[in-house]
Design a protein around this ligand. Structure first.
Ligand code: 13P
Length: 343
């Protein structure tokens, strides 16, 4: 029987014109992001950056949920309000990344498996206490020539994703299942299609075997897209058509929503691709976003590590959230981008 409480949260996360802000960069990843604006990654800098993001006026208009990291879910504003409460007060659902990262996969050079299952049941109970309503686990699947990914890599990552999802649902937390086929490399859109299809098929086989309730979960995948180094870059329309066709065959209609990652796409590119998919609708699932870089990049640049620029950083984030809100309905355009950038 579908669990109604889980389904209600999953559906709220993909409510019309809204999507998810992924702000769950691990300490290593946020260090890289801060370095790109020449800011040293101290706990206080990470806290003030996230406070700037989460206190953006009107953030809840187009952001349904925010994914936090272990350090972040325990932090507060400088006035002492815990971040999960700040988000709840803004009508935004707090969530948490629960994997502990992708590590080298034994016997499979160049491939990774995501860790974090040991003690997960206990950690989930604690995150619930801290206010989380949903969880995320990211598996990474690389493409390299004909040999990578191996069936072995796809299998172990799918198995771990399903174990994570089953434990999350047991704890009354909505799992966001993220199998990311990486954009790195010179592979074609067709190769990405083939690997994404095989990965999603394996993931849903494991989810089914491990009794995960589709109605109470969300899928966070890559789009079917050309490799970053591929000389032939597919247009938004081509990405949209290939992605919808691929997912139509392997993602059950009972899954309430698909929330794409941006994975290194430019921020406007990620918005245009999502828009093109929704313009082809209706689809069996809501098609939404759970972007990290594509929502945060302009905001990070405007903030520059200085609280004096907090308003500029917040305006940049609110703008991207608004643009992606329009892409949820297929009403985004480059004219809208320019027109509202000035507002
Ligand atoms: P990007 O949108 O930057 O790929 O981040 C999404 C995410 O949560 C990766 O795990």
């Amino acid at each position: 029987m579908p669990d109604e409480a889980l389904e209600t949260i999953a559906r709220a996360l993909v409510a019309p014109t809204k999507g998810i802000l992924a702000a769950d960069e691990s300490t290593g990843t946020i260090e890289k992001r801060l370095k790109s604006i020449e800011v040293e990654s101290t706990e206080e800098k990470r806290r003030s950056y996230r406070e700037m993001l989460f206190t953006t006026p009107g953030l809840g208009d187009h952001i349904s949920g925010v994914i936090l990291y272990d350090e972040t879910i325990r932090q507060s504003t400088k006035d002492g309000v815990p971040f999960p409460k700040v988000l709840e007060d803004a009508g935004i659902i707090p969530g948490i990344k629960v994997d502990t990262g992708a590590k080298a996969l034994a016997g499979a050079e160049g491939e990774k498996v995501t860790e974090g299952l040991d003690g997960l049941r206990e950690r989930l109970a604690e995150y619930r206490e801290l206010g989380a309503k949903f969880t995320k686990w990211r598996a990474v699947i690389a493409i390299e020539g004909e040999k990578i990914p191996s069936a072995y890599c796809i299998h172990v990552n799918s198995h771990a994703l399903a174990r994570f999802a089953a434990l999350s649902q047991e704890a009354e937390l909505v799992p966001i299942v993220e199998p990311e086929v990486l954009m790195d490399g010179s592979h074609t859109l067709e190769r990405c299609y083939e690997v994404t299809e095989a990965t999603l098929e394996a993931v849903f086989n494991e989810l089914f075997s491990q009794r995960v309730v589709y109605e109470g979960m969300l899928l966070k995948p890559n789009m079917v897209i050309s490799g970053k180094e591929c000389p032939q870059q597919a247009s938004s329309e081509e990405v949209a058509k290939a992605t919808i066709r691929c997912f139509g065959g392997v993602v059950p209609a009972a899954v309430p929503g698909i929330v794409f990652l941006s994975g290194g796409q430019g921020d406007e590119e990620a918005t245009a691709n999502l828009n093109a998919m929704n313009a082809l609708g209706p689809h069996p699932w809501e098609l939404s976003f759970s972007y990290g870089r594509a929502l945060q990049a302009p905001s990070l640049k405007a903030w520059k590590g200085d609280d004096a620029n907090a308003q500029a950083g917040q305006e940049a984030l609110a703008h991207r959230a608004r643009m992606n809100g329009a892409a949820r309905e297929g009403s985004y355009s480059s004219e809208l981008e320019k027109e509202l950038a000035a507002v």
